[in-house]
Every structure is written in structure tokens, then in C-alpha cells.
Design a protein. Structure first.
Length: 265
């Protein structure tokens, strides 16, 4: 199997340590997050901590697509991280990525970045309204998102777990993670507001964010709220409809397997 490791030009001295960390990936014990699809582990090299994300092997169709027609998720994460930093938008510093493939099929990829130890993520804002600076963070986050849009960054995975938040003396720093789905270019108002659709189900949070985004953009407050709340409800409707469909498919698959297992033939 062919391996292609790309290390950031400013960190080539870490190449042997990165190679070893990837080879030993299964032996690293400290896991970051729920590891539902892709697995992120924390490793220490010297006196610094790094996050290594191992992307799951895609289905056979995507193994062909990623081998010949599309950049891997790891490579896109690395490239987009560098692009964000060029725009002075914070993300954990990209150290390296590795791609593994055969002559005809893509197999695995790894993305390595510096570890950012945050105070919280946006997700906590959706579950804990007792956070003392809840509204201040939410408004600062909205201004941060406006900055993304002003720079032509459409973060397609702008969802609760993908923004790390660090408090600082005079405000907050926001770091984007899970970067492999992004588009760059001018965004109209509808596209910008639709970018908030996956963040929360709470109308009270939409009211705050739409108010702050209207202030940033100079758009009518009521118009921004109606768009933001509408896109949020539409996303929730589609999201839960997809879950219901998956449950039905799983139910009938289970029934079919039960019938087959009981068949005398």
C-alpha cells in the first residue's frame, strides 16, 4: 500500500515523530470526542499535544472517487486550515496529513493538527443556558460568523460541535474544526443566513443571533430573523424525516433477517 505524508513546511522537523504517531495510532489511548465515525486521538510530541484524526475507510464507490477524482477529507482539512489562517481565521494549526491508497483504490487518511484546549464548544450554549456569559458568547460567535461570510468562507459543517471557544481577557477566540467541507466565494444574504440552520433548535438563540447579524450586516432585523428561523425549522424537519426513514429501513431489514434466520431452507 502506498503512503503519502505531507508535512507543513514549517514543521518538517516533526516528520519522524508524525510518522511514528500514525503507525502507532491504534495504540494511543487518549480519545477526543465520541469517535462515532472518525476517530481523533491525542498524542504528545516533545512538550506539545497534537490531535490525529483517522478518517474511516469510505465505501467502494468513494474509494474510486477519492483515488482519482476528489481530494481526500484529510487533504482538504489541511488545505482549508491553511486557507483560514491566511484569512486570519482561527483553527488548530495544520501540521500534516497522510493518504494511504492502492493503485486503484483510496483507503485511509489521517489529519494532524495542534491541539487547542478550549473552554467550551458552541454545543454547550445549546444545552446550558445558565452559562454566565451565554449571550455575550452567542453575540461574539455571530460576529465571528459574519467575519467568515465577509471573507467568503461558507463553512458547510457549521454545526454545534465544530467551533471551539476560548475565553480571553477582552472577549473570545473561536476556532473552526472538522474542516473538510467548505466553499469559498461571495455569498448572498440567503446563503449566509442558511449557514446558521444547523446550530440550534432554540428560538431564543435565533433571536439573539439574528439581532446581532442584522447589526453587523445592516440588514433589516425582522428579515434576518424570519430567514434564520425559517431555515432552522426547515433543516430540523429534513433532519428528523431522514431519521424516521432510516428507522423504517432498519426495522424492515431486521424483520427480513429474522424471517431468513427462521427459514427451514
Amino acid at each position: 500500500m502506498k503512503k503519502n505524508l505531507v508535512v507543513h513546511p514549517g514543521h518538517t522537523d516533526l516528520t519522524p515523530a508524525i510518522e511514528k504517531a500514525i503507525v502507532d495510532f491504534d495504540n494511543h489511548k487518549e480519545i477526543l470526542g465520541d469517535a462515532e465515525r472518525n476517530v481523533i486521538k491525542i498524542v504528545t510530541v516533545g512538550d506539545k499535544k497534537y490531535a490525529i484524526k483517522s478518517f474511516k475507510i469510505p465505501n467502494i464507490v468513494n474509494q474510486i472517487v477519492y483515488r482519482f477524482f476528489r481530494k481526500s477529507k484529510a487533504e482538504r482539512s489541511y488545505r482549508y486550515a491553511n486557507k483560514l489562517l491566511e484569512l486570519e481565521i482561527k483553527t488548530p494549526f495544520p501540521i500534516a496529513y497522510e493518504i494511504r491508497s492502492t493503485s486503484f483504490l483510496f483507503k485511509k487518511s489521517f489529519y494532524i493538527s495542534e491541539l487547542v484546549e478550549a473552554d467550551l464548544t458552541y454545543r454547550e450554549l445549546t444545552t446550558d443556558f445558565s452559562i454566565s456569559d451565554h449571550e455575550e458568547i452567542l453575540r461574539a460567535f455571530t460576529r465571528f460568523t459574519y467575519t467568515l461570510h465577509k471573507n467568503g468562507v461558507n463553512f458547510l459543517d457549521h454545526s454545534p460541535g465544530n467551533t471551539l471557544i476560548k475565553r480571553k481577557e477582552n472577549g473570545y477566540d473561536f476556532y473552526l474544526v472538522d474542516l473538510n467541507r467548505m466553499e469559498f466565494g461571495n455569498m448572498n444574504l440567503e446563503t449566509r443566513i442558511k449557514n446558521f440552520a444547523r446550530l440550534t433548535i432554540h428560538k431564543s438563540m435565533i433571536e439573539v443571533m439574528s439581532d446581532e447579524y442584522a447589526k453587523c450586516s445592516g440588514e433589516d432585523k425582522a428579515k434576518v430573523f424570519d430567514l434564520m428561523w425559517g431555515y432552522t425549522k426547515d433543516f430540523q424537519h429534513r433532519f428528523y424525516r431522514k431519521i424516521r426513514i432510516k428507522k423504517r429501513i432498519f426495522f424492515w431489514k431486521k424483520k427480513y433477517k429474522e424471517r431468513v434466520s427462521k427459514s427451514p431452507i
